[in-house]
Write a protein that binds this ligand. Structure first.
Ligand code: FES
Length: 82
């Protein structure tokens, strides 16, 4: 699930790859200006793709593998553990 909508992908590909294949390119928003962020380095070296995955904030989805039943949400700001 991505922001409440069902998205399909291949198990083992990255979350970001599955989202891009589904036409979703905004992965997070900048902390201060709330500008949209997406893929930048795609190798886990920046902070452009951090999302909330299964309730855990700041997950770099360009390197995190997709698993069945994951819940992925767009992260706003620094992310909070609920
Ligand atoms: S795009 Fe840079 S860490 Fe994911």
């Amino acid at each position: 699930m991505f922001d409440g909508q069902k998205v399909e992908g291949y198990e083992g590909e990255t979350i970001a790859a599955a989202l891009h294949a589904a036409g979703i390119h905004v992965l997070s928003h900048s902390i201060e200006e709330h500008r949209p962020r997406g893929f930048f380095c795609a190798i886990g070296n920046c902070s452009s793709c951090m999302m909330e995955v299964n309730g855990e904030p700041n997950v770099k989805v360009c390197v995190e593998k997709l698993q069945e039943g994951m819940v992925v949400n767009t992260q706003k700001g620094k992310g909070m553990i609920l």
